[in-house]
Design a protein around this ligand. Sequence first.
Ligand code: NAP
Ligand code: ZN
Ligand code: ZN
Length: 346
Amino acid sequence: MKARGLAVLSAKAPLTPFEFERRELGAHDVALDISYAGICHSDIHQAREEWGPALFPMVPGHEIAGIVSSIGASVTKFKVGDRIGVGVFIDSCRTCASCLAGLQQYCEEGMTGTYNTFERDGKTIAFGGYSNIFVINEDYAVHIPENLALDGVAPLLCAGITLYSPLRKWNIAKGSKVAVMGLGGLGHMGVKFAAAMGAEVTVLSHSASKKTDALAMGATHFVDTSVTGALKPLTKTFDLILNTVSAFLDINEYLDLLKLDGTLVVIGLPGKPYEVNAGSLLNGRRRMAGSMIGGIPEMQEMLDFCGEHSILSDVEVIDASYADKAYERTIASAVKYRFVIDASTF
Ligand code: NAP
Ligand code: ZN
Ligand code: ZN
């Protein structure tokens, strides 16, 4: 199938219009017309090889919302016209313990990413969501509730599930004290979800101008981390800290904010390792953990939760021609709070 979109042709090159082929529909495949594609900071990390060597040409994009346009002969999960979402992976081994548990993101063979990798056949480059159409095996796509606008839904497919999953894993509920580090695409979803689950939410942000938005999203407290000493009064305060910051920082200052048995979850993925003081962990039996997106069952649960609570990402919808500028603004933490490309402009 002929597709068009935006690609990066080599590391750090700008995004340029790109035409390519998507596979013809297999029996279990679904084709979709993409409506909106979110811009995740992971797209930028990969397009710029901040995580190591990448595969080019690269069509980034793993926050995909659209409408089913055709289905393969054996498809049962979707019908033409359905609202459909695709996230960070398009396949996995399906047989390992993780896959059988619905945790495809932790597939023991490695999930098949939506881009910057080869498809399951090991030779076809997987092209992501900055494009007009997509083809996916039905088992790796999710249904989008009818009451949610598709532009605000697209970022839920990565940013949303990535924050929903650790909040569920660490049993956040009424009375929990949660801090979200970084109010970007991921962080703002964390604030909305944690507040909807009943937690008392604190935003730890280096952008003082985001305070009003943070409170409107459901945070109770906002702390400007660029002010020297601002974190000190929060020592031993939180049950859970979700670190969504895309840049390197001193993680020890934040570990000290955990209560006894509290957990700091690493979600942001800077290219440089953190340095952890043993003392920051020992004192208070603290834990530092990681969390990566979420599996297909949890993605569906998250979208259903969003449908029930009318939760959407706050988006700035852009044309494809603005994508490079959007990358620069994302790096500068100057997006409120997710760029989403209108796929009709590819
Ligand atoms: P984003 O929209 O750029 O948000 C990152 C936020 O981090 C910014 O808005 C900013 O918040 C803060 N920040 C950025 N630079 C900073 C600096 N120099 N010092 C202090 N704070 C800074 O990015 P995103 O799309 O949410 O992604 C965040 C990170 O998560 C990325 O590294 C991405 O690759 C990673 N990620 C991980 C997963 C996973 O499964 N674990 C999934 C998706 C993405 P303030 O302005 O509020 O300070
Ligand atoms: Zn992402
Ligand atoms: Zn597997």
